[in-house]
Design a protein around this ligand. Structure first.
Ligand SMILES: [Zn+2]
Length: 590
């Protein structure tokens, strides 16, 4: 442990796991535990469980687990030290001055400092009209005001391979750190750094705390190549976990967020007074992004391109967003324009009206079905009916189902009761299918335990016995000495179990009882989940010494079978005998 135990105890005491998690997940009390929908995988029935007694959480769906620090690490995308700092801030505690390994944090700080300096440099280049002021010309061509340019920290990357590099070097940064921050690339030939963004208008990307974490660069219309290039993932940036403009939108005071496809749409909306716009960062919309948005907003309006790719992306986004419980509406801008173009042509007021009329996800899907078929013909009507029954079957709210069934009935002339009847039947069969799917996922988890301990597949019997021993140690520390005298870490056949055994040894020899928190620095949530699973898989009612002896015997038998001689618990004579016996056995086989 790099932090003192007193400090960590106070940290955990002041950040009760159920309290911290409940600001991210809606938790319902269930006996002495709490249950909710897992923030780390998509699910419809809660399998995410919080245990206040042991200060831990575990998801039966995706097998992630850990303590409060692990939870913050995962959900806020932080490393261990940062997660501790986050919780210390939350509880109003001061971080200890030193005594912990902060090399990763230092690295992140360096990358953030490089990013900040780079953003300043690009902004200066824009304002100082580098390369004949083409950057500024571009932005004023897009009707951006000076105020907007400043608010978003926009910039210009000069047409040069080393201007940024030289600038950063003059500020004392090393080339390898510039490459790490991904503002420079590494030359294959020379191994030296060169500017990654050249002759581009630049969009810095901020995190929720206002740090510059990445950049998007847009080419000029006359140039070749991809329209945008973006920073790759770095120590401070994960594309799938961030949204452009969320740092501003989260303070807009609005309950609704507008999701756009890119930088320019987001900026144009903010300039027109829609401070609640965010951009999807060019990737397909992810569950992490959906969760992030649902934390700050009750409703989302998805704006999208009218083309086929846009429609597809929107449908996907709807499915992902649905799992978060956020209210969804879809805005199709007239004439296939993007919001930026629309506002320029018709003004913010018209866009606001459009926004207010945005269809909810049911209307959007019904309209999509209707546009596909010619409902003037009987054949088209039938196809439309079938498609809309499918849409209505996915609606969980009964009133909404009724409402839209009336509409479809009006459009097709088929009685509403007939439509609702079919919808009901389809819902039943969908439910059955979903239940079946959940059950198979439950018994055959997608993330099999073997991800964490791949050796367990090879040595099933030994792994099972090892896990028994580990569970004994976690539950009955009074037997630690008994186990340690008979079994060494090297006797273990599977590597994860061995590692866990050594860690438990350290904890128990120090006279402490096992707590999941002791492992939360060295293990990730998948590994911690596995530890919790092992701990809960076994309960012992009979003679524990007997269990231990039986399990140790299984482990040694398995090793014997494999011809592995373990010297740890033998005296020299026994060891020699075992060696001789093995040599004889081998001869006998030939
Ligand atoms: Zn889960």
């Amino acid at each position: 442990m790099n932090f003192s135990e007193d400090f960590m105890n106070e940290l955990r005491y002041k950040n009760p796991v159920e309290e911290v998690i409940s600001s991210y997940v809606v938790l319902k009390k269930a006996g002495s535990t709490y249950k909710g929908l897992c923030p780390f995988h998509n699910e419809r029935t809660p399998s995410f469980t919080v245990y206040p007694n042991t200060n831990s959480f575990y998801c039966f769906g995706c097998q992630n687990g850990g303590d409060v620090v692990t939870f913050i690490k995962n959900i806020e995308n932080l490393d261990y030290v940062e997660a501790v700092r986050f919780l210390a801030d939350r509880a109003g505690m001061a971080m200890p001055e030193s005594g912990y390994d902060d090399s990763v944090e230092k690295l992140r700080r360096t990358v953030l400092a490089i990013n900040r300096e780079t953003a300043k440099f690009y902004f200066e280049c824009l304002i100082q009209k580098e390369d004949g002021g083409i950057g500024l010309k571009y932005f004023s061509g897009r009707k951006l005001s000076a105020e907007t340019i400043k608010k978003f920290g926009l910039g210009y990357a000069p047409d040069s391979f080393d201007k940024l590099k030289n600038h950063l070097r003059s500020k004392g940064f090393s080339e390898s750190d510039m490459i790490l921050a991904n503002v420079c690339s590494k030359s294959q030939k020379t191994g030296r750094a060169y500017d990654r963004f050249r002759k581009k208008v630049m969009f810095p990307i901020f995190d929720l705390r206002g740090n510059v974490i990445a950049f998007g660069g847009r080419k000029f219309p006359e140039d070749e190549g991809a329209k945008y290039i973006n920073s790759s993932d770095t120590p401070v940036f994960k594309k799938s976990k961030n949204l452009y403009g969320l740092n501003l939108a989260k303070n807009s005071g609005e309950k609704t967020v507008i999701l756009t496809e890119g930088y320019m749409d987001t900026i144009a909306l903010h300039q027109a007074g829609f401070n609640n716009a965010v951009g999807a960062l060019g990737t397909s919309f992810t569950a992490d992004q959906a969760n992030l948005l649902s934390r700050y907003f009750d409703e989302i309006v998805v704006t999208m391109d009218i083309d086929e790719a846009g429609q597809k992306a929107t449908k996907r986004a709807i499915e992902i967003l649905k799992t978060t419980g956020i209210k969804i509406r879809i805005l199709q801008v007239e004439g296939g324009k993007d919001p930026d173009e629309y506002i320029k042509e018709f003004g913010a007021n018209r866009f606001r009206m459009l926004l207010e009329g945005a269809k909810n996800d049911i209307e959007f899907k019904l309209l999509g079905a209707k546009n596909k078929f010619d409902i003037e013909t009987d054949d088209g009507k039938l196809n439309y009916l079938n498609a809309s029954i499918e849409v209505l079957a996915s609606v969980n709210d009964e009133i909404a189902r009724n409402l839209y069934a009336s509409r479809v009935s009006g459009e097709t002339g088929v009685e509403k009761s007939v439509i609702l009847n079919r919808v009901q039947r389809m819902r039943k069969s969908n439910e059955k299918k979903a239940l079946k799917k959940e059950l198979t996922e439950f018994t055959r988890p997608k993330y099999s335990p073997n991800d964490v301990n791949p050796d367990a597949k090879k040595y099933r019997r030994a792994a099972y016995a090892e896990e028994n021993i580990l569970a004994v140690l976690m539950q009955y520390p009074q037997y630690a000495k008994y186990v340690f005298e008979k079994l060494s870490g090297d006797d273990f056949l599977t590597s994860f179990n061995k590692d866990l055994y050594l860690k438990l040894q350290e904890i128990l020899v120090a006279g402490k009882e096992f707590e999941i928190s002791y492992l939360s620095e060295s293990y990730d949530s998948k590994q911690l989940g596995r530890v919790m699973e092992i701990n809960s898989k076994f309960s012992f009612s009979n003679d524990i010494e007997q269990v231990i002896d039986d399990c140790i015997k299984v482990i040694f038998d398995e090793k014997d079978k494999l011809g592995i001689i373990s010297p740890s618990n033998m005296n020299d004579d026994d060891f020699l005998n075992a060696l001789n016996k093995q040599a004889k056995d081998k001869k006998g086989k030939h």
